[in-house]
Design a protein around this ligand. Sequence first.
Ligand code: ADP
Ligand code: MG
Length: 376
Amino acid sequence: MPEPTNIKVIVRVRPYNQREKEQNQRCIIKVMDGSSLLFDPDEEDDEFFYQGAKQQYRDISKRTNKKLTMEFDRVYDTDHTNENLFQECTAPLVDAVLDGYNCSVFVYGATGAGKTFTMLGCENCPGLTFLTMRDLFEKIQSQNATRKFDVGVSYLEVYNEQVMNLLTKTGPLKLREDANGVVVSGLVLKPIYSAEELLHMLTIGNANRTQHPTDANAESSRSHAIFQVHIRITELNTGTKRSVKLSMIDLAGSERAASTKGLGMRFKEGASINKSLLALGNCINKLADGLKHIPYRDSNLTRILKDSLGGNCRTLMIANVSMSSLTYEDTYNTLKYASRAKKIRSVLRQNVLKSNLPKEFYVKKVTELMAEQERL
Ligand code: ADP
Ligand code: MG
């Protein structure tokens, strides 16, 4: 059996928008198959598209095009729907959450690349958050003869390094650390009893998001939005309890502050967004290198995401890109970032409240971990 990995990185390519269509730009991404793509292909040399598709970086020095073949866990071309992504990527995470693993989905990419479309969808195409939450409640209902579920929700926004509660429109909230990790001071979870209620909270929170138009995209969101479902599962026959968390994170645009021609407040927003994303990138790089010290503390985003990256969490990173050469730099940077994240691998363990378990359990776990360590 392949080693369980705690991060899956997928790339989603969005179709041309109106402006890209009108400007008749070159296509800079060719999806080769379900898990690889060619960045910056050379149009006249089609056979190169298929040669050496497994090679990480193809350097053909005589040509100016980068022609980089990149591999990911999955690459979704423009004809794939949110439903496709849900079926293949987040439905398995719902199962993992109910098995006791913290899970997170986050969307990364430049403004306009399709992050919010992926998470929230559009009028006739529900996004991953909706589909995933509906699935979660269906599965909860199918299991409630043997297990009790206590569900709570929180929806936070990190904007200019300030943490706001999107459900109550209060903040800024302070972060502090205790034995269980990072705690958001003053955050009270909203108890939830149905998928409808959960989605209603999502709608309330979305209405409270800080949104400002920028030059790059009139509908851009300059904040990071973190929607988290906290579930306490009690096994009715043994009394074992475990607490798990499913997080859906819509990150702010990853483009450089310089490319959004803002001044004053807008510039500060850009700078903070970059600070948070830079910190996230640093954490990803260190996790990828297998280093012990991960600088989660460098930004509020990474502090909140501490248990969503590496550690005891299954993470799905969706890198959103456009295939138009109008966004060449952004797409290149997003793909580089995603390639780096792909290397993170760590051993998973379920969340179980220890006091409810017999001693043999720990002995078995420790033996398993030692064997795992030996193997690694
Ligand atoms: P972001 O949140 O990354 O800034 P959006 O999700 O708002 O970007 O997407 C920008 C525009 O592109 C929106 O009008 C959105 O509807 C459209 N779009 C994004 N991804 C897709 C897709 N896969 N299919 C169709 N339209 C898309
Ligand atoms: Mg958005």
